[in-house]
Design a protein around this ligand. Structure first.
Ligand code: ZN
Length: 433
């Protein structure tokens, strides 16, 4: 029997808090889960620093990847099977792309990508196509199969239907992370009727569409996504931890540039510092390694690096105030000058952070990030874009919401043992006195 069709003699199941069980029958999927590159995802948290705000949010990218796989498997095996628009040969491609879509994420990806100019999508592709265990498994399916999987994940595949299963505005990725992140953070947002949505999904030549009767379940899903973004993903305390993490990486990079001698030599960071990280080095990185350095760097001679690491480890985070970068740039310059006078480096201790999200958008060709809209399948067989049918979705369509905050260490500013007058001026300007 061809490897692509091989089934396990007995189905394997993973117990899962969100989907109850995750079912694996295909040999290829089982082999992919066993690769070291996929197992590495167990050591990378799905929500980065969010556990410092919601202590339950310790779940890993491994959990989420299995969840996305399970949703796509259910769509293929329970909903699409036997329908003329669905090509059974695309089943395995869809399952592999679902399972591997986040493979290139590194530890605390958000901050690492910013400071070291990395791109997890590049590494997902590199792991699938490079000299890796994942590549060996995919190549056994057939020649050119790794490329096909990589193209689906990169959204460059000609197979638009399979792409829309993994990445569109209503895809298996989002459906899994919303529910999973809601479960692990413990918030009451993020829940919606996925069973109903799966039941009304239909394959079309170039995309997944939703039967009109499922419109309200989709509205609920869009609202829950909106709530999760503002209540969980962009939570100001999580962003404070992210700001400190980013500054730790900046400081370490800067010290390396200045030939500073680290007490604890950051060998795992060398290739990141040089900007020439190899795939081999990248795969070795995980959160255990990064936290080890943060732990050790608390004892570094450099006061900034040591202070930032202590803050991160002990969760002594920055405070924040609302900030308008367009209207208050003069105030920021003034604050920055006062920080310097007070002996607090504004480069590391006065940070503007912005978050922004678009809850739903219809198709706007040529925009920086083209988003596949959600299409409804009407009773007469016509297809209509969701916001033209749903008043609720229409009300939030294309409306970007942005939030800016200014972060600073409150404890430094309230310590009046040095430069009390300048600190008082700062506190007055920040309106925190
Ligand atoms: Zn994902």
């Amino acid at each position: 029997m061809a490897y692509s069709e091989e089934k396990l003699s007995e189905e394997k199941v993973f117990k899962d808090p969100v989907h109850r069980y995750i079912h694996v029958r295909d040999r290829v999927i089982w082999d992919l889960i066993g690769t070291k590159e996929f197992q590495r995802l167990r050591r990378i948290k799905q929500l980065g620093t969010t556990y410092l705000t919601f202590h339950g949010a310790e779940h890993s990218r491994f959990n989420h990847s299995l969840g996305v796989y399970e949703i796509v498997r259910r769509i293929a095996d329970d909903v699409f099977i036997g329908r003329p628009e669905w090509n059974e040969e695309e089943r395995l491609l869809s399952l592999c792309a679902a399972l591997l879509h986040d493979l290139g994420h590194g530890p605390f990806s958000h901050s690492f990508e910013k400071v070291f100019d990395l791109d997890h999508e590049h590494f997902t592709r590199a792991i699938i196509l490079g000299a890796t265990e994942v590549n060996k498994v995919l190549t056994r399916v057939c020649d050119g199969f790794p490329e096909k999987v990589a193209e689906v994940i990169a959204k460059t595949s000609q197979n638009k239907l399979v792409v829309s299963l993994i990445s569109s505005q209503i895809d298996a990725d989002r459906m899994d992370y919303l529910q999973r992140d809601a479960y692990f953070t413990g918030v009451s947002y993020g829940h919606f009727d996925m069973e109903r949505i799966l039941r009304v999904m239909r394959p079309r030549e170039d995309q997944v569409v939703i039967k009109q009767s499922g419109m309200h379940a989709v509205e609920d899903y869009i609202m829950s996504r909106y709530q999760m973004y503002w209540q969980v993903y962009f939570h100001p305390v999580t962003r404070s931890a992210e700001v400190i993490l980013t500054k730790i990486l900046h400081r370490a990079k800067e010290l390396h540039k200045q030939n500073y001698t680290f007490k604890y030599d950051p060998i795992h960071f060398y290739s990141l510092f040089s900007g020439k990280i190899t795939l081999e080095d990248y795969i070795k990185l995980d959160e255990a390694i990064i936290l080890y350095y943060f732990q050790m760097w608390q004892e570094e001679e450099d006061p900034v690096l040591s202070d930032l690491c202590c803050r991160f480890m002990d969760r002594n985070l920055y405070k924040y105030v609302e900030f308008d970068p367009a209207g208050e740039y003069k105030k920021l310059a003034e604050l920055s000058a006062l920080f310097k006078k007070a002996g607090i480096d504004p480069e590391y201790y006065l940070v503007v952070d912005s978050s922004s999200d678009l809850p739903y958008d219809f198709y706007r060709p040529g925009e920086e990030e083209e988003r596949l809209p959600i299409h409804l399948l009407l009773k007469n067989g016509d297809i209509r874009e969701l916001s033209r049918e749903s008043e609720i979705v229409d009300a939030i369509s294309g409306k970007r919401r942005t939030d800016h905050k200014l972060y600073f260490p409150d404890d430094f500013l309230s310590d009046d043992s040095k430069k009390p007058n300048i600190k008082k001026q700062i506190r007055t300007l920040l309106e925190i006195d």
